[in-house]
Design a binder for this molecule. Structure first.
Ligand code: ATP
Length: 752
């Protein structure tokens, strides 16, 4: 699962803090557990309450896979890790207990009404949380989400349900665990957190393909909120990742890990190669003609979803694009159409699929290289949930290697970038502060100032927090606000003589149609608590005097221990952090290798895939009998275009555009087409002809050329007057051959 804009969840501002903490003060009563009952009675009650929830609330007849065993374990008070394939019914493993707790409590007479507690679900995507809560609400089950799309009224209504003990399931994003008020609130939920469910739990593991730093904080959170037990769920975990999940949450692997085979006998895994995309298009059309039915075609880039959908429509197919950049109503409409249609082909990025529960998807096609075997397995897992034969075609060509390399290499920051961030965190002023004090940083500014990607920066902070125990993220605050004034705004503000009202009046600046307000400045000059001013703004908002929008989020960190003060101390950290990012880059490149190995090796695709997850084919079979290898006995050849000679004129054009000679990686990235904050915002090169003008070269060759340009800055070219670039100009090649192919070139083999 790739990160996208859905996952930003700063949620409620620090103004809510007071309210959350007040809410947390509501007394939690001492509870007696059903574990105190005789074992036979307890098991009977658990069985009864789980079955009742399954049949009455979900309208299902029986449990499937190992749902029953998982639920029994959860109801008996123990934690579990669940690795079921996509569509395997993981959600019921926590939804049934969420309802069964109350039922069991009542049958056993162990808890009073309203004291049954809640199941808290940590889930990475707002859209997914919404789908699940909507489905639960339709069944009359009280469920809610805490996410940034919720209005204040909706949020307060959820708080009220928590206070009344009515809520059964609460969903939130992992980012919310940075919110101090939320942690306090969860510590004191009426009836307690009976179960903490961690969806997409593979994100916890640094060995996994979709590691998310905020996931690492969940285990600590579980302890802090005294969750009675934890359930971790994933569809894609290698044995190593599953072990990691169990170790992180103290789950006994021998009795608490429930894993069903990822092998799906009705999925026919196929692959074909071509030298170029152009060559693969007719193959795709032919495939779709002879294999009609609901289909998903996965591509990597948003623009390709649109282009390919147009081409497919031109060929007479019912095809439409889908990607994260589309508006929510448009996405919802398309998903509904897909659910209803029998022949719709969705050309999508990985944004499509999670939460799509259509049983009769006949084809899943990869038209670019998936990022890992885990992603591939998850994506093909959406086909044929009705058990009927479904085809999973993977088209591979040399061009696509560039795309994967772009993603893999884009996250590695330079040492200088890491050093810059650390120096800004560990300034003499900050390092002289006592433990417990708070520091504030704008990630947004740091990304641009130090040319570092957002996910990478988050990762640095997570490592400082979880590995080095130096600082700890706490509730972010908004430093700036904007608002649209309502009709009575001016007179309300003029007549409000409270200190907060006056501070707002003094610092609100009117632009064309909006007011802007710098909270930091207002706090500094009025000496009022931030919360007072925020509360006043919120009251104006609630009364319709203005429409408030927070802007400019500041991440806040509490100092946990003595911070590094000296340059050598900081340098040690720079080295450690850099090494972890370097390792992640290597792993990302290796994942592409594994993906290609699956289809190019002389082996059954299904068996190799199953083995990657520690599984095997059914009934001791050695081959599936239906994949491309089994039916042709020919390995798919990775067909690569011939290597290109080093393009000196394109390289010189890159050097002409970038004056600085202190960052070789930056030069190489521009030539290769790897974006970064500096390239987009400061150099404004992401749409320039030089950007990606050498995407057919080997990245490491470009890096070497860049290192040489940086070590001999005098010989590198002076920046001439900007001349418009054309692709033909930059792509024309010189006669000088490329250098010896590198390790990466061996992987990518040759430039296209
Ligand atoms: N015991 C059952 N009997 C009948 N239907 C079930 C049962 N368990 C789950 N289902 C149905 O199977 C479908 C998939 O379930 P669910 O969404 O929980 O799968 P999942 O494992 O979470 O999948 P994903 O990995 O895609 O999120 C749903 O429609 C659900 O209602």
């Amino acid at each position: 699962m790739a990160p996208n804009d859905d996952d930003e969840d700063y949620g409620f501002s620090s103004g809510d803090e007071a309210e959350l903490i007040a809410l947390s003060q509501s007394a939690s009563t001492k509870r007696k557990s059903s574990a105190e009952l005789p074992p036979s009675k307890r098991i009977a009650l658990q069985y009864q309450s789980a079955n009742k929830a399954l049949t009455e609330n979900f309208g299902m007849k029986e449990f499937r896979l190992q749902q029953k065993q998982v639920i029994s374990r959860i109801l008996s008070g123990k934690s579990a890790a669940v690795v079921f394939p996509t569509g395997g019914g993981k959600s019921l493993c926590f939804q049934v207990p969420a309802l069964a707790f109350a039922e069991e409590d009542e049958l056993a007479g162990t808890r009073a009404e309203g004291e049954h507690g809640i199941t808290l679900v940590v889930s990475p995507l707002i859209a997914l949380m919404k789908d699940q809560t909507d489905a639960l609400l339709r069944r009359g089950i009280k469920a809610a989400t805490f996410d940034s799309t919720k209005s204040r009224e909706e949020y307060l209504a959820t708080c009220e349900m928590l206070r009344n003990g009515e809520l059964k399931l609460l969903y939130c994003a992992p980012e919310r665990l940075n919110n101090e008020g939320f942690i306090e609130q969860m510590k004191h939920v009426r009836g307690g957190i009976r179960l903490l469910a961690v969806d997409e739990a593979h994100c916890i593991s640094e060995w996994g393909h979709a590691f998310r730093p905020d996931y690492l904080k969940i285990a600590r959170f579980a302890e802090e909120i005294c969750a009675e037990r934890v359930i971790c769920l994933t569809a894609t975990a290698t044995p190593r990742v599953a072990t990691d999940i169990c170790e992180t949450f103290g789950i006994d692997e021998s009795s608490g890990l429930f894993r069903t085979s990822t092998f799906r006998p009705n999925l026919q895994l196929l692959a074909e190669s071509g030298v170029s995309k152009k060559e693969l298009h007719p193959k795709l059309f032919k495939f779709l003609k002879s294999n009609p039915g609901s289909s998903i075609v996965y591509v990597t880039l948003q623009k390709d979803t649109e282009q390919l959908a147009v081409e497919l429509r031109r060929k007479g197919f019912n095809a439409r694009p889908f990607h994260a950049g589309m508006g929510a109503p448009e996405k919802a409409e398309l998903q509904d159409d897909f659910m209803r249609s029998k022949d719709l082909i969705i050309v999508a990025t990985i944004a499509f699929g999670m939460g799509i529960d259509k049983a009769s998807i006949r084809n899943v096609i990869h038209f670019n290289i998936p990022s890992s075997l885990e992603s591939y397995s998850q994506e093909i897992g959406r086909a044929g949930r009705d058990g009927k034969l479904s085809k999973c075609m993977f088209y591979v060509c040399g061009e696509d290697l560039h795309l994967r390399e772009m993603f893999a290499r884009g996250d590695l920051p330079t040492r200088a970038a890491i050093r810059g961030v650390l120096q800004e965190i560990f300034t003499p002023m900050n390092t002289s502060q006592p433990i417990g004090n708070q520091l504030q940083f704008s990630h947004y500014s740091q990304e641009r100032d130090f040319d570092i990607r957002s996910t990478t920066l988050k990762n640095i902070y997570a490592q400082l927090e979880l590995t080095h125990h130096l600082i700890r993220a706490t509730t972010p605050i908004y430093s700036k606000y904007t608002w649209k004034p309502g009709p009575g705004f001016q007179s309300t503000l003029n007549s409000d003589k409270s200190p907060a009202g006056v501070a707002i009046k003094n610092h609100a600046k009117y632009g064309k149609s909006l007011y802007s307000f710098d909270m930091d400045m207002a706090v500094a000059s009025s000496h009022l608590p931030r919360g007072d001013i925020l509360k006043k703004l919120q009251t104006f908002h609630d009364n319709g005097d203005l429409e408030l929008k927070p802007a400019g989020v500041m991440s806040v960190y509490k100092i946990l221990s003595r911070l590094p003060k000296t340059a050598p101390e900081v340098e040690i950290l720079v080295d450690v952090l850099y090494a972890t990012f370097q390792k992640r880059e290597e792993e990302a490149l290796a994942r592409t290798d594994e993906m290609l190995q699956l289809i190019t090796a002389k082996a059954c695709f299904s068996k190799s895939l199953a083995q990657h997850f520690g599984d095997d084919l059914l009934d001791g079979k050695t081959e599936c009998g239906q994949c491309t290898w089994c039916t042709t006995r020919k390995a798919v050849e990775q067909r690569l275009p011939p290597p290109v000679p080093f393009n000196h004129s394109a390289w010189n054009a890159v050097l002409d555009e970038i004056e600085g000679r202190d960052d070789p990686r930056l030069l190489a990235k521009v030539a290769f087409g790897i974006g970064s904050p500096k390239i987009s915002y400061e150099l404004k090169l992401s749409k320039h002809g030089v950007f990606g003008s050498m995407d057919d070269h080997n990245f490491l060759d470009l890096l070497r050329a860049a290192e040489s340009a940086c070590s001999n800055p005098k010989t590198s070219r002076p920046k001439p007057k900007l001349a418009p670039k054309t692709t033909t100009q930059t792509k024309s090649s010189s006669s000088k051959p490329a250098g010896k192919t590198s390790k990466s070139a061996g992987r990518r083999s040759t430039p296209k």
